[in-house]
Design a protein around this ligand. Structure first.
Ligand code: UDP
Length: 341
C-alpha cells in the first residue's frame, strides 16, 4: 500500500535528505519544487512535480493526482541577508506561498502538515539553552516570515483545518552517509562548507566573524545538527500527526554548543589539511550563542540525534565535497564567501 507524502522543496538540502528518509520508512515522497533554488539531481527517491508555491491551481492538481496522506513543507527562501535587502521576496514566497499551499490542502481535504521553522524566530534569545516557550522576537524578515507562518498554522489548527507540527531547526549541517546527496547552496554562506572549502582550496580563506563574543574562546557558538537526524525527525513528526487538528512546535537541535574555533580545529583533523582563516569583525545580527533545549522534541517524537557529533558532521560533509560531482563551481563559492548573506 502506497503512502504518498507531498514534499515541497524536496529538491533542496534538507528536503532531499528527508525524501530519502521517507522512502526508507516506506513512504513515497512526491517532490513539489520550482527548481528556482533546488536541484533536480537531488530528487532521487520519488517523482518530481515542477511547480511554483504561488500557483494554487497547480498545487491542487498535484494534490489531487497523488492523494498524499500529508505535506512536509520545506519550500522557502532562507538567506537572512537577502531577506533584509528584499523583504517582499520573503513575505511573498515564504508567507503568501505557504498560505496558498494551505488553501490548496484545505480545499483537497489534507490536514497533516509538517513545517520547516527555525531558531531564527527567537531572534537574540532571552535565555540559553532555548526552549519552545522562549519569546519569539525575530530580528530579520526571514525570521519574521517563518514566525508568521507559525501563527497562520495555529489559527488554521484552531479553526479545525490543520493538524500541524512546526520544527524549529538549529544549524543544519553534514550530508547523507552514502554521499548520494549533500549541501549545495548557491551562494554558499554556511560555516561548515566554507571551512571545508577553505581546507580544500576551492574557497578563499575563511573569515571568522568576531573573536570577542561572550563565549569561552570568543567565537560564536551554535548547535549543529546533522541533516540525517533532521530528516528522521520529520518522518517522526509526520507519524505524530493524524490524531486530529492541532498545532505543536518543537526545537530540533542537539543541546550541545560548538564554537567556530571548534569547527576549524575539527576540520583540520578530519581533512588532514590546514584551514586558512583570519579574524574579522562580528557579523550584524549574529547572536553569540544559540543552543537548543531539545527535550520537548525528544519526548514528543521518541527521537534523538544519533549522527550529529561534530566529527561525523564534518566527515560526511567532506566526503560529499570530495565527490565533487555536483558541487557548485568554485567561482560561486568564492562569491558567497565574500559575504552575500
Ligand atoms: N561564520 C563565520 N564565518 C563565515 C560564516 C559563518 O565565522 O564565513 C560563523 C557565524 O558567525 C556563526 C556560525 O559561523 O556564528 C554559523 O554561521 P552560519 O552562517 O553557518 O549559520 P547561522 O548560525 O548564521 O544560521
Amino acid at each position: 500500500d502506497e503512502k504518498p507524502v507531498l514534499v515541497t522543496g524536496g529538491a533542496g538540502y534538507i528536503g532531499s535528505h528527508t525524501c530519502k528518509a521517507l522512502a526508507a520508512a516506506g513512504y513515497t515522497p512526491i517532490t513539489y519544487d520550482s527548481l528556482c533554488r533546488g536541484n533536480a539531481w537531488a530528487v532521487r527517491y520519488g517523482p518530481l512535480e515542477v511547480g511554483d508555491l504561488m500557483d494554487g491551481e497547480r498545487l491542487r492538481d498535484v494534490i489531487h493526482k497523488h492523494a498524499p496522506i500529508g505535506v512536509i513543507h520545506f519550500a522557502a527562501f532562507s538567506y537572512v541577508g537577502e531577506s533584509t535587502g528584499d523583504p517582499l521576496l520573503y513575505y511573498r514566497n515564504n508567507v503568501a506561498g505557504t498560505a496558498t499551499l494551505l488553501r490548496a490542502m484545505q480545499v483537497e481535504g489534507i490536514k497533516r502538515f509538517v513545517f520547516s521553522s527555525t531558531c531564527a524566530t527567537y531572534g537574540t534569545p532571552e535565555r540559553t539553552p532555548i526552549d519552545e516557550d522562549c519569546p519569539q522576537r525575530p530580528i530579520n524578515p526571514y525570521g519574521h516570515s517563518k514566525l508568521m507562518v507559525e501563527q497562520i498554522m495555529r489559527d488554521c489548527a484552531r479553526a479545525g483545518h490543520l493538524d500541524a507540527i512546526a520544527l524549529r531547526y538549529f544549524n543544519a549541517a553534514g550530508a547523507d552517509a552514502a554521499a548520494e546527496i549533500g549541501e549545495a547552496h548557491n551562494p554558499e554562506t554556511h560555516l561548515i562548507p566554507l571551512a571545508l572549502g577553505a581546507a580544500k582550496g576551492t574557497c578563499p580563506p575563511l573569515t571568522v566573524f568576531g573573536d570577542d563574543h561572550d563565549t569561552p574562546d570568543g567565537t560564536c557558538i551554535r548547535d549543529y545538527i546533522h541533516v540525517s537526524d533532521l530528516s528522521d525527525a520529520h518522518v517522526a513528526a509526520l507519524a505524530r500527526t493524524g490524531k486530529g487538528p492541532g498545532f505543536d512546535a518543537l526545537n530540533l537541535g542537539t543541546g550541545t554548543g560548538v564554537s567556530v574555533r571548534d569547527v576549524i580545529d575539527m576540520t583540520r583533523e578530519i581533512t588532514g589539511r590546514e584551514v586558512p582563516h583570519s579574524y574579522g569583525p562580528r557579523r550584524k545580527g549574529d547572536p553569540s550563542a544559540l543552543v537548543a533545549d531539545p527535550s520537548r522534541a525528544f519526548a514528543t517524537l521518541d527521537w534523538k540525534p544519533s549522527h550529529s557529533d561534530l566529527s561525523n558532521i564534518l566527515q560526511t560533509a567532506w566526503a560529499w565535497m570530495e565527490r565533487e560531482r555536483r558541487m557548485p563551481p568554485t567561482t560561486r563559492l568564492a562569491q558567497a564567501a565574500k559575504g552575500a548573506r
